[in-house]
Ligand binder design. Structure first.
Ligand SMILES: [Zn+2]
Length: 78
């Protein structure tokens, strides 16, 4: 069950207020809540944060694996 998700992308760190994409330190503007049905049971979701540039990349990364995911804006402008 060790794959890209466990190894490189997030490095096991908890999400901070910065994009979860490797080598990107831009401020996060989106959150992606996702679940890997193979290793997560029940309602355990993981959360990635993404900047405007990488939200599509991260969403597509998960969608390509058919993981259930939800994308939502981190901050509602007023
Ligand atoms: Zn980014």
């Amino acid at each position: 069950m060790t794959d890209l998700i466990g190894m490189g992308l997030l490095g096991g760190a908890l999400p901070r207020e910065a994009c979860s994409r490797a080598a990107c330190s831009a401020d996060a503007r989106w959150r992606i809540d996702w679940r890997n049905p193979r290793i997560h049971t029940g309602e355990r979701f993981k959360t990635w944060l993404a900047c405007d540039e990488h939200v599509d990349y991260l969403r597509d990364f998960l969608a390509a694996r058919e993981f259930p995911l939800t994308v939502s804006a981190l901050e509602d402008a007023s």
